[in-house]
Design a protein around this ligand. Structure first.
Ligand SMILES: [Zn+2]
Length: 408
């Protein structure tokens, strides 16, 4: 690798690093169509401009930087996203976009001129932190999320995605499946920090992604009776919080029985007062695993428990589960996966439980695959998420090798 390239990686990283970072050290808050998001988009446009790349924004608001005429395609595209979960880490998303620019610099530094157009993409709203639907940018692009449903999604303050886009100066009326953009993408490779310990356990810096587990999100509500925490006898209480606790523990037990993962990471409590017995609690269940049938069976048994009242106390009303999202298992392009593993000297091939824009594109018929960069602790969606600079540069080199091969 040329020295120019490691310094270009460092410069890209240093320029983006402060954007949306909580000054108190709590991690990143880069949510879709906010000021922080706009600053990240300006960073992307500036990085492209500094390389003489043309930037376009598709109908869904995703940014594309092109080396070569994208209409002389099909193009070879790398990239990821720049938004974050609440208090997210520095690597999830940005590493893929920065590495794409640095890999392009590497190709240029070695005098390589690709025969296919080479694109770099910044997918908007990947985490769904503001409007609740993950990979919203790529889902809108491919039509997996309809513009009617997407634009009507609301954030915690009741602001719709359409209003948020308008406030950010984006054209909400144009949102919809974008065939012109999709036609340009012959192949997509997303480099991403690993969100597990697969590579740390193998002692390798870079892996090729083979597939994404099926995953879903469900919502359930338990109703009780609001009352005073100091004057209501224990025997007289109808406290849905206790049943939420039972439900959460039950989800964990069932996950173990079915060999899947289940998480309750978000709840809503009404009225949410320290000294008030709640009248209503809502829980969200995230479930995923290698086998879709096992995930479905676990969730179905959880649902039966809720509906039969065996989780909720006899005086409580529990809702059944409402499915908010379901994503089938995604297999990345098998030719691409084996070719990339071969190009990278037999890099390990790993599946992941995390959803990605590459999965949305793969499900829309775009040949897609991923590269993972080692994360020593496996921690992600947290300020503790990390990859060493050396491993990041390994990732850039791997991506450059892949792009050089695919773009000819
Ligand atoms: Zn990500």
């Amino acid at each position: 690798m040329t020295g120019t390239v490691s310094s270009s990686f460092d410069r890209l990283w240093a320029d983006l690093e402060p954007v949306g970072r909580d000054p108190r050290g709590g991690g990143y808050r880069r949510f879709a169509w906010t000021r922080e998001d706009a600053t990240a988009r300006e960073w992307f446009a500036a990085a492209a401009a500094a390389r003489g790349l043309d930037v376009t924004t598709d109908r869904a608001g995703n940014q594309w930087a092109w080396w070569g005429d994208p209409d002389n395609g099909p193009g070879v595209v790398a990239g990821s996203h720049l938004d974050s979960v609440p208090d997210g880490g520095a690597f999830d998303g940005p590493l893929g976009v920065i590495s794409a620019f640095a890999a392009l610099d590497e190709l240029r530094a070695t005098g390589h001129v690709p025969s296919h157009p080479l694109g770099i993409v910044n997918f908007g709203d990947e985490e769904g932190a503001r409007f609740g639907v993950a990979c919203a940018g790529s889902r809108l692009l491919t039509g997996a999320l309809s513009p009617e449903r997407g634009l009507a999604l609301t954030d915690g303050d009741g602001v719709t995605m359409a209003e948020a886009m308008k406030q950010a100066g984006a054209d909400a009326s144009a949102v919809g499946r974008d065939d012109e953009t999709l036609r340009r993408v012959g192949v997509f490779v997303e480099l991403h920090v690993e969100q597990g310990r697969g590579l740390a356990d193998l002692g390798r810096p870079v892996a090729v992604g083979s597939s994404i587990w099926p995953h879903g999100r469900w919502r359930f509500t338990l109703e009780g009776e609001a009352n005073h925490a100091g004057t209501t006898r224990l025997a007289d209480r109808r406290d849905p919080m206790l049943d939420l606790a039972t439900a959460i523990v039950r989800a964990r037990e069932l996950a173990g029985e079915y060999g899947v993962l289940a998480t309750c990471g978000k709840i809503a409590v009404e009225p949410n007062g320290v000294n008030a017995i709640p009248c209503r609690v809502t829980g969200w269940l995230d479930a995923r695993g290698a086998d879709p049938a096992a995930v479905r069976a676990m969730v179905a048994e959880f649902d039966v428990g809720l509906a039969s009242g065996s989780l909720a106390g006899p005086s409580l009303v529990s809702s059944s589960l409402t499915e908010e999202s379901w994503t089938d298992p995604t297999s990345f392009d098998s030719y691409l996966v084996s070719r990339m593993a071969m190009l990278l000297d037999g890099a390990p091939v790993l599946a992941t439980g995390a959803g990605h824009d590459a999965g949305i594109l793969a499900n829309a018929g775009v040949p897609a695959a991923m590269l993972f960069v080692r994360n020593p602790t496996g921690i992600s969606h947290s300020p503790a998420e990390h990859a060493s600079r050396d491993d990041c540069l390994h990732g850039v080199r791997a991506l450059a090798t892949v792009l050089r091969d695919l773009a000819g």
